[in-house]
Design a protein around this ligand. Structure first.
Ligand SMILES: [Zn+2]
Ligand SMILES: [Zn+2]
Length: 396
């Protein structure tokens, strides 16, 4: 049985590669995935699934009702690309300037379509329901949140949800999974320090916000090391500092932009309030005003440990225990977290690194690329997970 599944997914390879490359050459940004969405819905319709279009603008949902009653399992792919130029010189490189699939979402779409092709060819063997979620705007737009708000986890009610991301830190042929916390809450803040501008030679009659910003940057970096329990995780990074126009002018204000990452809600709140307190303290000591804005981003992604165990067990049956790694959480963010807030499930990684082919670049790099062997491999892993969850026993 194992061999016939592998054979079936391998037979799909050329088709999967074509889909992935079509999407790769025509990347679309968040909530603008019009062509990608059309490609997805056309295939789902061809496979005979029930198709719902236009959720969260460009989202598509496919549904396969099994012949026998059972649970409902959902799997999810994200469809959006990134606003950047591709540097790869490959025949399937992006044809659209300033847009690139540098996070592998093109592969996620192809893999899920492969899973749809597989199960729609054996509807009689499906017990329960399988739901395919193709969402827009993972890269910062929170398309997953909108899909959940628009009811993607209802009708029929989803009992478990699984998602995967290609993963350049593991070699091809391996799967990684986090037992519980997988990715961090990713929030952002803006601080404005309002001083008083003046001549650089007369700082005593001005209020120099650049000096205050310098102190603030140092102080903010003491928060994680001095205020957060060392056994917890947190990151505060200031990614942008802007202020001033010339070497001899003290500016009126300086603005700092930063991001905050945490793996539990309590640390999340602690970081938020400490950043504001430290800002207030530094501003006050320099007799200045400040403005602090905090914007909550994606929540922590928390897998259900039982569902993660299921991923480990199902994938191990296909590729051996030695190729399934339990990973430590990463401080990146992922909007799959919104589905996991409502429904138990697990988010896992598909190794896409291939040193020999030079596919070693991280996500969001203009040189990011995947070994396309991952496409049939990803289909097989999802099929195994669904098989085990619904108890179909179509693989061994
Ligand atoms: Zn990304
Ligand atoms: Zn991504």
């Amino acid at each position: 049985m194992k061999n016939s599944l592998r054979q079936k997914t391998n037979e799909m390879k050329d088709w999967l590669v074509e889909i992935r490359r079509t999407i790769h050459m025509h990347p679309e940004l968040g909530f603008e995935e019009v062509e990608t969405s059309k490609l997805v819905s056309e295939w789902l319709e061809r496979f005979g699934l029930q198709v719902k279009k236009g959720m969260a603008k460009t989202g598509v949902v496919g549904l396969l009702n099994g012949k026998r009653r059972g649970k409902t399992v959902a799997i999810r792919a994200d469809m959006d690309a990134l606003p950047m130029d591709e540097a790869n010189k490959v025949p399937y490189a992006s044809k659209i300037k300033g847009k690139m699939h540098a996070c592998g979402h093109d592969a996620h779409v192809a893999i899920l379509l492969g899973v749809a092709k597989f199960f729609s060819s054996i509807p009689d063997q499906v017990r329960g329901n399988i739901k395919w979620i193709f969402q827009p705007a993972e890269e910062g737009g929170g398309g997953g949140r909108v899909m959940v708000e628009e009811g993607v986890l209802e009708n029929p009610k989803v009992d478990a949800v699984f998602g995967a991301h290609v993963y350049p830190f593991l070699p091809i042929g391996k799967v990684g999974v986090n037992e519980k916390e997988g990715l961090a809450a990713a929030d952002r803040f803006t601080i404005k320090i309002m001083g008083k501008g003046g001549h650089a030679a007369s700082p005593h009659v001005a209020k120099d916000p650049i000096l205050a910003a310098g102190h603030l940057i140092t102080e903010i970096h003491s928060i994680v090391s001095r205020n957060i329990n060392p056994l917890e995780s947190g990151v505060v990074t200031i990614g942008k500092v802007s202020g001033g126009t010339a070497y001899n002018i003290i500016p009126d204000e300086v603005e700092l932009w930063g991001t905050v990452r945490s793996l539990n809600p309590q640390v999340r709140e602690e970081l938020k309030s400490r950043i504001e307190q430290v800002t207030q303290g530094v501003a006050r000591s320099f007799l200045m005003d400040y403005r602090f804005d905090f914007e909550y981003g994606y929540p922590v992604l928390i897998n259900d440990p039982e569902m993660s165990k299921l991923v480990v067990s199902a994938c191990s049956k296909g590729i051996g225990k030695e190729n399934v790694e339990v990973l430590k959480p990463s401080m990146g963010g992922e909007d799959f977290a919104y589905y996991l807030e409502k429904v138990p499930g697990s988010f896992f990684r598909l190794g896409c690194r291939n040193e020999e082919k030079g596919m070693i670049h991280p996500y969001h790099s203009s040189l990011f690329d995947i070994d396309e062997v991952i496409l049939p491999f990803g289909v097989e892993m999802f099929v195994r997970i669904i098989d085990q969850y619904l108890g179909l026993e179509i693989t061994s």
